[in-house]
Design a protein around this ligand. Sequence first.
Ligand code: TYD
Length: 212
Amino acid sequence: MTRGRFITLEGLDGAGKSTHLEWLVTRLRSRGHVVVQTREPGGTLLGEKLRGLLLAEPMHLETEALLMFAARREHLACVIEPALVRGDWVVCDRFTDASFAYQGGGRGLAREKLSLLERWVQGDGGEGGDGLRVQPDLTLLFDVPTGLARQRMVGMDRALDRFEQEQGEFFERVRAEYLRRAKDSCGRFRIIDATGTIDDIQQSLEEIIAIF
Ligand code: TYD
């Protein structure tokens, strides 16, 4: 059985990621793939409970990072790994890049600590390669200036969560860290200009998946 493929979607809150995720999953299914659609933090019963805490309760920065990775460990063990082994494709709304961007870039947690958790939770792939056993095959980064992301977010008809309530400079740092990781990623990332129309963005996604 060929191992499935693992696609993650990333971007600032308000980048329009969720709209494109639904479209992408439908498109992949129409191409005949069995697709597991999931999200982080969350994706399992326990993970969704942790999500509730993470999005609402004030907590120490390191507690926040540890809970993100605890939810991720459960998610990998119970959902992502089994699906990939079955040969299914997994499309996940956020993954470890979000921890580097939000807890690292946004909140200032040392990158070394995040790398340590990443290796623990995603497995040590041994010598050679990038050293990780589980890593997305493709990461779509929906990039927008923070001002536009903010405008879209405040236009939404619901209360803002603990991350969405952060101020402009926080999101500047999150965006910068996403872009830095994309640059250093050896081709895993595709940066999508999410200021375009929905049609333009779908066209870009179509081109990316056609050759993936
Ligand atoms: P998201 O699912 O994009 O929110 P929504 O569906 O409400 O638009 O993400 C929830 C929040 O969690 C988002 O603000 C980013 C944050 N987050 C982190 O800070 N670190 C992480 O590792 C992950 C996965 C998410």
